[in-house]
Design a protein around this ligand. Sequence first.
Ligand code: ADP
Length: 212
Amino acid sequence: MRLIFLGAPGAGKGTIASAIGTERGLPQVSTGDLFREAVKNGTELGLRVKGIMERGELVPDELTVALVRERLGRPDTAKGYILDGFPRTIPQAEALAAFQRIDGAINFRCGDEVVVRRLSGRRICRSCGAIYHVENMPPRREGVCDRCGGELYIRDDYRLESIRNRLRVYREQTEPLIGWYRGRGLLHDIDSEQTVEKSLEQLRPLLAGLRS
Ligand code: ADP
């Protein structure tokens, strides 16, 4: 089954893609993760996208499409995949449609207020990378990691300024994809403002009804 997960940053698509991918044996293909890995490894691609990502802007379509095309050519995607964070623009969707038949696009609906609350509350441990949330998953002691006692901090792209920019980019460039996929009979909506479990409860029967 070939799936696309659409939704604002913080809508929960990455978390749900990981859970449902494990359940159904589908690899989660996250362009954000692929780009972050390139930055970490200091590859040529990484050097080109580092600043773009820090500002919360989009990587040029050409680079992104080439990356996804290469990734979807690997054998683990032969039985299907979940695309998380791609496509993000209409030209990316058009490029994808030219070489892949998609079974469904899932739209994780989530309002700005919830997104900002989720992302701005995120805290990460400097030592072990564990993730917390000041409201939903607080550490036992404020600012201190439960697992290793390390210091918790706010990653640069979870600062309010960057979150607002990513949301604006999402509304302007990615939201039009909802209509694009709806017009092709491929769009399915999920209410993603509640818990992860509630989203999974909506998604499972929906996927069972999809042709693949
Ligand atoms: P978020 O944390 O906003 O959900 P991701 O982890 O999916 O974002 O991606 C992080 C960054 O990587 C984006 O802000 C953007 O710069 C870049 N990126 C990821 N996917 C794409 C894409 N399909 N097109 C262009 N840029 C992308």
